[in-house]
Design a protein around this ligand. Sequence first.
Ligand code: AMP
Ligand code: ZN
Length: 463
Amino acid sequence: MAGQPILKLYNTLTREKAAFAPIDPTNVRMYVCGPTVYDYAHIGNARPAIVFDVLFRLLRHVYGENHVTYARNITDVDDKINARALRDHPGLALNEAIRLVTEKTETQYLEDAKALGCLDPTVQPRATENIAGMIEIIERLIAKGHAYQAEGEVLFDTRSMADYGRLSNRNLEDQQAGARVAVDAHKRNPGDFVLWKLSSESEPGWDSPWGRGRPGWHIECSAMSQRYLGEVFDIHGGGLDLIFPHHENEIAQSRCAHGTDVMANVWMHNGFLQVEGRKMSKSEGNFVTIYELLHTEKFGGRKWPGEVLRLAMLMTHYREPIDFSIKRLEEAERLLAKWPLVKESGAAPDTTVISALADDLNTVAAVQALHALAQAANAEPALLATYAASAALLGVQPKETEIDEALASAVDALVAMRLEMLKAKNFAEADKIREDLAVKGVQLKDGKDAATGERVTTWEVKR
Ligand code: AMP
Ligand code: ZN
């Protein structure tokens, strides 16, 4: 694209940063592994949602809004879901209980993502609506000698793939030598993984050539990415913990089924969000959910706006670990408070912000550039349009209704303060408030209350 910066991305597969060249610039395709919907997402899970949302926005900016396809799946079949359904709805038939758990969790995830300023991905396929595609891939893998049946399971034969382990840099010998757990007797190799497993009568299941059963986790993403993005696509993303085994096994399945050299050209992984040096996770018990941060006072004794959470995340480069703390959220909030409230403008974003993002999503530099621009725009309203477009690229632009609410309460407070100043005959301060508001496009009109004769001030936003 003429005049656009060269986009450079770090690729886990090659372990270097390289210029990004899409397979088809009229349809740039990105897949990101989405949530398993058994429980509310924690703020660590928000990191890939936010990081890849920024990449989605940048790709749309560079290649055009309608030239990017972003797929993020919903994993709605998983033994953790079954366990949760039995626990929460013991009186219901399992299928019904599962539906309640997955629907509620999925709805909450979408609400959380929206509150964090994430655009909806182009497609959000559910695993349970793609079982036929999974069965097809497994059939191909068996036909090509990459998979076998054993004891009620269909397993991928890791030794059948010459370069299995390339993404995570492991070879089979390492894995075998390092395998401390006893090898499952039915597996040909210790690293072989489940593609399909039979279900008992009480477990959820789908008919297949191997009997009524359910898919393994990895095969879901191979099927959904193929359906929506093709056998080979541009970018695949997720958190660092997914490199092995999940992404390694997605690659094995897809490449062996389709006979391709790669599944995706670029593999991107975000670092962990940590608490006191440890990865935030359900199993560690050190987590706080996005819902709790937004809507309760569990963390730091107060609620945190989605925008603050998002900015706090973007103040660290996506490949670095983040230590999640109240201090960090307060820092983000202080920064946001200095930025003007403006609506999206349709202007071109600032080139410094774009170049920073184009350099492997350097959101740290982009936030710094945006802050400088915000300060300049506070002094020079002509810059507000560029500022608004740049903020939108990072997704830290408040939504219109939020602007209206936040603006209204901030303006009301300043107007009241100005009336106090006028009463105290502190005209210099009163004028300063009027001027500050004018910079934000707010015009004041003084009048008298007809009944009391007291001074009243009304205001309107001029854009
Ligand atoms: P899960 O529900 O564990 O499959 O995680 C969903 C997504 O969140 C995956 O991309 C994970 O890699 C990512 N993730 C989970 N925990 C963290 C964390 N503490 N920091 C950053 N990303 C995480
Ligand atoms: Zn996946």
